[in-house]
Design a protein. Sequence first.
Length: 682
Amino acid sequence: MESEPLQEVDLGGNRAARSQFVLAFNDLTYNVRQPKKKAVRTPSFQRGRVQAVPYDIERPPKVKTLLDRVSGEARQGEILAILGPSGSGKSTLLDALANRIARESLQGTITLNGERLKSGALLKVISTYVMQDDMLYPMLTVEETLMFAAEFRLPKTWTTRDKKKRVEVLIDQLGLKKAAKTIVGDEGHRGVSGGERRRVSIGVDIVHDPIILFLDEPISGLDSTSAYMVIKVLHEIAEKGSLVIMSIHQPSSRILNLLDRMIFLSRGRTVYYGPPGSLSKYFSEFGMPIPREQNPAEFTLDLVHKLQEDEQTDPTGIRRLVGFCKSWGLRNVSRREPSTLRTSNGMSLNEVIFNCIPHARLVNGTIPNYANNPWTEMWVLMKRSYTNSWRLPEIFISQLGAVIFTGVLCASLFWKLEKSSTGVTERLGFFSVAMSTMFYIVVNALPAFLDERYIFYRETSHNAYRRSSYVISRAIGGFPALVVYSVVFAGVTYFPVGLDGGFNGFLYYTICSLAAFWSGSGFANFLSGILTEFVSGFAVVMAALRFFLTFCGFYINRDRIPHYWLWFHYMSLMKYPYQGAMQNEFGNNSTCFSRGVQLFDNTIIEQFPSDVKGSLLPGISMILGTNITTQTCMTTGPQILEQNAVNDLSKWDEIWVQIAWGFLFRFLFYIALKVGSNNKRR
């Protein structure tokens, strides 16, 4: 016997019998203001010469109307298609209905069963917005993709068996049975077809059985057969109790037969609203009958496009069509007042919604914004990420390969450094190369981060999970890889280079490397939240890394930096691992890095035999008033640190600062995602 959630798996089959939803919109108007000021250059006379002087003049604000008093309605069990030429306002109207335009910027009313939705959060719960681009994880199968979506969108009260059953029903409805075990794929990995991928995208967004579906050009880029299959699936979804609203560019005759209502726009104005079957009658009465052999939708689009082109020379054409649409609608389209649309049993809109969505479990009389708690969200996010990464190991392998290659290169280049003044200089060079390498390696994963960001925006647009859950899951999920990179790099370089400190020194060096990877990956995450694309942001990334290296203390120590640039030194992420590694190497007072015989290094006497240099030491001792032998320690580690102004923090404080930087950048990453995911137009 099936459990209660399983009874709700029915894709809305019982919903239509219980209630009737009508989304009505009346006189929707949306204007965009252009900049008020414009710089102009006017001539002025100075010393007999004419010069152009720029100044700002106040101009009246230019207002562009994207929607002009658009009205209509969409009913449950039907498909409302929004059509029009490019720039006609299709996407704008869809965004307005989906609450993706700020309320203060949009004029007119939008009601559901005669009642305004007071909360945008409620609309997110009962609706979904399917974007035009198919943003999916390429290495997950169709079944896995939908199952992960079910784990996000369906509540914890549903058992795993219930969720699997829901996915099975959805796969069958979407016509994806044969492709269920096939990976989604991308440009580099062969997977499902374009039409199947589009149906998977739709399935991801309807797994929670929403009442209202908004789709932005769902058949864009598909061949005619695939496009028909997508619309056929949407038609079946509508018949089972959903309300479907979509923008579409140019439907074929077969697709036209699946549509219930159409609204044609021309630069934000309505030129037709009604069923597809009435198009012929409409244009016959307008005086431009549609030829029998021509697709009515194509005829309408061609006519509207021509009237738009002729509008500057003959504005009466498009205005006459807009006016005819209003009068024809009053004569031919029967409407019921939205305020009278109530369910038969007299329930309020909220009560109807609670009974129609599968996860409407009341919490203090309200619907929760998210289906699951943060811990469940983080677990599912990490599980999905590991599943995709396990089948797409290129990023991990490439970064690990870069770590190994750089480590081997550094080990061979700085092999067994001497304890001498030359060896000290070479050690400083090694630390700067080693620690900067860690930042370059983690930033190389930025393109993958940017691709994943678009999936994040799509999924969080309707509260699939919290932004904080995503940021934390990325930090936790990516940490094991950072540990591997750190241990490998330290193991490859520490002992071959001949660094001092034994096992304890190696342990600190490994932890310091891990802290550098942690702060560097946090910086990469932050960049992925603010950059629009990697190519344009590459210059920013390289400039930032060069800035970090310049002010880390290798090229110029802290005491030599002008005071007005000193804050750059403390902002350099490379300063802290670089100086931490230096303190680990030079912190022991008993270790000598330059003895009496090495006093002549980097001088002309350096090439002389050791016994000759030793014979010169008594004379130098007499001049300096101190006894200097060939084994006298001239430079200790702490003296090197003092010379390089590495004395503001202890070596463990350097670690803590790096950890803090990592957390700070991840917090800024969260802020960037929060700001970036605000997809409402103003």
